[in-house]
Design a binder for this molecule. Structure first.
Ligand SMILES: Cc1cc2nc3c(=O)[nH]c(=O)nc-3n(C[C@H](O)[C@H](O)[C@H](O)COP(=O)(O)OP(=O)(O)OC[C@H]3O[C@@H](n4cnc5c(N)ncnc54)[C@H](O)[C@@H]3O)c2cc1C
Length: 349
C-alpha cells in the first residue's frame, strides 16, 4: 500500500525499541538527484537507510510482538465500535492510516492548505531493473509534470526496485487513466519510463521487467491533512498517531519516518504521565512535543508539491560542483529540519 525508506533517525528508534533487525548487507547510502534528463549529483547519506516492503516488515514485527506477549485482534473498526473501545480500554490510539481518522480530531487549518491532492501516485515493485550505484534513492524531477522515485527495496522475493511516479494531475505524466489490472499497470509503467526516464530505461531488462507479485502495485492520490492529535470523547482522552492525523503527500518520503517520530513522542508522554490522570493535558503535551517536527515536515513537503523556489533551484545546482553541498541535500530526507531551513530560512544548508 506504500513505499518506504527508513532513514538513520528512524532506524535508531527501531533499535531503541528492539524491533526485529534486518539483514542490511546492502543498505541505501545515497540520494541521486536528476532534473529533467540532467543528472545533477549523488549526495551521500550520513547513515545508511533501508526500504523493506511493509507487508514483510509489519508481519515480522507483529510476530515479534506476539512472541513478547502482545495480543492482536485483526478486525475492521468502524465508528459504531468507538464507544465500546473507549469503555473497554485505558487508552485508544487512532492509527488507522490514510483512511482515517475514525475520531473527529480537529483539522489544523494552517498546515492543511490544499482542497485537492497535488499528485497522483503510481507505485509498483518490480523485477528487471539494474540497481543504481552507489545504491540509493533516485529522484527525478520533471518540472511542472511530476517526479519519479526509484527505490531499491527488500521484499519477500529478495531485492527489487520500486518505481514510484508522482504525476501532477492532468499533465503529461498522468498517463495511467483507465489502467485496471497488474498487466496494464506494468505495460503503462514500461511506456512511461521509456518516454520520460531514459536513465532508468537503460537499466531496464525488458524481458525480466515484471511486478514482484500481483498485488505489488498501487494507484492513489493523497489530500494532505494535519489534525490536532487528541480529543476528549465520552469523557476520555483519545490520541491519534501516524497518517491518521498527520497525513502528508508522499513526495518527500517522510510518512513512515514522521509516524515513527510521533510514536516515540507518544510513548515518552505516556511514560511521563504514568502516575497522572490521562486527560487533555496528556494530549496537549504529546501535541506540543510533536508539533514543531510535524510543521517542519509538512511545510517542506507541501512546498515540494509546488514549483521549486528559485533559491532552492540554486541550492540544487550548487550540489553539482560541491560534494559537501550534495551530501547536505541528501540529508534533507533524513533530517527534514534541515530541508525546512533551506526552503524557508534561506540560510546556507
Ligand atoms: C504511494 C505512497 C508512497 C509512500 N512513500 C513513502 C516513502 O517513500 N517513505 C515514507 O517514509 N513514507 C511513505 N509513504 C507514507 C507511509 O506509507 C505512511 O506514512 C506510513 O505507512 C504511515 O504509517 P501508519 O502506521 O500511520 O499507517 P499505515 O501504515 O497505513 O497503517 C495503518 C493500519 O491500520 C489498518 N486499518 C485501516 N483502517 C482500519 C480499520 N477501520 N480498522 C482496523 N484497522 C484499520 C490498516 O490495515 C493498516 O494496517 C507513502 C505513502 C504512499 C501512499
Amino acid at each position: 500500500m506504500s513505499t518506504q525508506v527508513h532513514f538513520g533517525p528512524t532506524r535508531s528508534r527501531e533499535s531503541r525499541f528492539q524491533l526485529p533487525k534486518w539483514d542490511d548487507s546492502n543498505p541505501l547510502k545515497s540520494i541521486h538527484i536528476t532534473i529533467g534528463t540532467q543528472k545533477l549529483f549523488t549526495g551521500m547519506l550520513k547513515e545508511d537507510a533501508l526500504s523493506v516492503d511493509q507487508r514483510l516488515y509489519f508481519s515480522m514485527c507483529m510476530d515479534d510482538l506476539e512472541s513478547k506477549g502482545v495480543t492482536f485482534h485483526q478486525l475492521k473498526v468502524t465508528t459504531d465500535d468507538l464507544e465500546k473501545l473507549i469503555n473497554d480500554y485505558d487508552l485508544v490510539i487512532d492509527c488507522i492510516g490514510k483512511s482515517g481518522p475514525l475520531f473527529p480530531f480537529p483539522l489544523e487549518k494552517e498546515l492543511s492548505p490544499f482542497d485537492l491532492p497535488q499528485r497522483k501516485c503510481f507505485v509498483g515493485y518490480f523485477f528487471g531493473i539494474k540497481p543504481n550505484d552507489p545504491l540509493g534513492v533516485n529522484v527525478t524531477v520533471l518540472p511542472e509534470i511530476g517526479e519519479m522515485f526509484e527505490i531499491p527495496a527488500i521484499t519477500e522475493q529478495g531485492p527489487v526496485t520500486i518505481l514510484f511516479i508522482m504525476a501532477v494531475p492532468n499533465k503529461d505524466l498522468d498517463m495511467f487513466k483507465g489502467v485496471k489490472d497488474s498487466i496494464e499497470f506494468t505495460e503503462q509503467m514500461k511506456q512511461s519510463v521509456q518516454t520520460f526516464f531514459p536513465d532508468i530505461h537503460t537499466r531496464m531488462d525488458i524481458e525480466k521487467f515484471a511486478l514482484t507479485d500481483q498485488n505489488a502495485f498501487l494507484q492513489v492520490a493523497i489530500k494532505p491533512e494535519i489534525r490536532i492529535p487528541y480529543i476528549t470523547y465520552n469523557k476520555k482522552i483519545v490520541v491519534g498517531c501516524g497518517d491518521s492525523v498527520f497525513l502528508n503527500d508522499p513526495i518527500t518520503g517522510q510518512g513512515s519516518n514522521l509516524s515513527s517520530y510521533c510514536a516515540e513522542k507518544l510513548y515518552e508522554t505516556l511514560i511521563d504521565f504514568k502516575h497522572d490522570k490521562w486527560d487533555e493535558s496528556l494530549g496537549e503535551t504529546y501535541w506540543n512535543r510533536t508539533k514543531t517536527y510535524v510543521k517542519e515536515v509538512t511545510e517542506w513537503t507541501n512546498a515540494m508539491t509546488q514549483p521549486l523556489p528559485e533559491h532552492v533551484v540554486q541550492l540544487l545546482l550548487s550540489g553539482v560542483a560541491s560534494q559537501e553541498q550534495a551530501d547536505s541535500i541528501a540529508e534533507w530526507f533524513a533530517e527534514p529540519r534541515t530541508a525546512h531551513e533551506a526552503f524557508f530560512q534561506k540560510t546556507s544548508i
